[in-house]
Write a protein that binds this ligand. Structure first.
Ligand code: AMP
Length: 439
């Protein structure tokens, strides 16, 4: 069958059957035991659809975001395939899982470990920001599965500390985010280090033109699977907007969290500086909070996430990149302190709530300068989000509706001497560069 990915790219693919229980998916007893230990009873839709074709050896192109169970969707069949094939005394890396961020890499690795508990397979994770020596030592002992961020993988490869010459299965997880973060060249370099004959699995939340191009270059006659129709998960989430003046956002957030007695809130800011500032304001109001973003050390990020999961930290303030892929199940509240200038990021953000069938609430605090961003988001969603004003936190009727970045640029242009001023919103190319450094 030919599948037309939004008009301009045709990919040869096959239809796949639908199964209803883990037992009927064809996974080994050892894997079923691990699944049962995790407490999963039925496969999620993406697992039902992705596992059988992967077991059959097909390349797979999957549309799925975090929260759909996609990690098990590729990890379980990957482990099955590896455990069926004979092992050698020295274990070469036979499966590579490429991941855009450190946090997600650590989570995927944790899943690989759990699912392979009853199998004779070894795995390791490598990412930047931490000492490479223990990572290199683990690889030297021989591993079957490597979970890696692109930057650290290339570092170790360049030093001759690992080889990808025996890779049989490649997984590109969150491929769209990988491109957003400027990893295209790295991915191309990594692919050249692997044998051409291998199975390729690509997971992406969105399918931009660039993603389709990447898929065409890597995948061979892939089976196309989709977790849910695009953006349909959004419908299940209770979304609301408060129109508010910029200077009153902190106060409104504190009121919402305190009045609602919310215990676990994920808040998004557009910038790292904004995340730090908001965190300070919340702490001053006796709301325990921690910020998680690219300027924080790996240790600080891990500590913040652990505190949030355990309940010690009531509010986790994050930037989009840092929050991407965080596995925090059953999150009841998401607040967009600032709405994102990339509409798809809004969908990713609110996808953090209402997961696994639980109800969730996503509230956005929108000031006048964010009006055009909101329009773009509503255009993507296809509907207007319910909007309200809280007494005491009204919007400023005189504030400009120009986006902040544009306002600053205009200010800069009108002042010839002011050449060093920086936009607090950042732009995509700078974001790419910054993100890449984090990898
Ligand atoms: P993921 O989309 O891979 O980040 O998974 C989201 C969450 O769903 C994780 O906490 C998984 O442990 C959980 N999960 C994955 N598969 C299942 C399943 N079949 N049943 C219940 N929970 C699952």
């Amino acid at each position: 069958m030919h599948l037309n990915l939004k008009n301009d790219t045709t990919i040869d693919c096959h239809l796949q059957p639908i199964y209803m229980s883990f037992n009927s998916l064809g996974l080994s007893q050892a894997l079923l035991k691990a699944i049962s230990k995790k407490g999963y009873t039925t496969p999620s839709p993406i697992q039902e659809k992705a596992i059988p074709p992967i077991l059959e050896g097909y390349d797979v192109l999957a549309s799925a975001q975090t929260g759909t169970g996609k990690t098990a969707g590729f990890t379980l069949p990957l482990l099955h395939v590896l455990s069926e094939n004979p092992k050698e005394k020295f274990r070469p890396i036979r499966a590579l899982i490429l991941i855009p961020t450190r946090e997600l890499a650590a989570q995927v690795y944790a899943n690989v470990k759990e699912y392979s508990e009853f199998l004779d397979l070894r795995s390791a994770v490598i990412f930047g920001g931490v000492n490479q020596k223990p990572q290199a030592a683990t690889i030297r002992q021989g591993i079957d599965v490597l979970v890696a961020t692109p930057g650290r993988l290339l570092d170790l490869q360049n030093q001759g500390l690992l080889s990808l010459k025996r890779v049989e299965i490649l997984v590109l997880d969150e491929a769209d985010r990988m491109l957003d973060m400027g990893f295209l060249r790295d991915i191309e370099r990594i692919i050249k280090m692997m044998p051409t004959k291998r199975q390729n699995l690509m997971f992406s939340a969105t399918f931009s033109h660039d993603i389709k191009k990447l898929a065409q270059g890597i995948l061979r006659e892939p089976v196309m699977v989709e977790a849910t129709p695009e953006n349909s998960t959004v419908d299940a989430i209770n979304q609301k907007i408060y129109r508010v003046s910029k200077g009153k956002k902190s106060g409104l957030a504190i009121k919402l969290i305190s009045d609602g007695n919310w215990k676990q809130v994920l808040m998004f800011t557009r910038t790292k500086h904004g995340a730090n500032k908001l965190c300070k304001n919340l702490v001053s109001a006796n709301i325990s909070s921690a910020a998680i973003h690219g300027n924080k050390s790996q240790a600080a990020r891990t500590k913040a996430l652990a505190g949030f999961k355990s309940g010690d930290v009531r509010v986790l303030v994050a930037t989009d990149i840092a929050a991407r892929g965080l596995d925090i199940p059953l999150l009841p509240h998401v607040i967009n302190f600032e709405i994102p200038n990339i509409p798809e990021d809004y969908v990713h953000r609110i996808g953090r709530t209402g997961r696994a069938g639980a109800s969730g609430e996503a509230i956005s605090l929108v000031s006048a300068d964010e009006t055009s961003y909101l329009k773009d988001i509503e255009k993507l969603l296809g509907f207007r989000i319910e909007s309200d004003i809280m007494e005491g936190f009204e919007p400023d009727p005189n504030a400009s509706t120009e986006p902040e970045k544009r306002q600053q640029r205009q200010g800069r242009n009108s002042s010839k001497n002011h050449t060093n001023s920086r936009s607090s919103g950042g732009n995509n190319s700078r974001r790419r560069q910054n993100n890449k450094r984090r990898g």
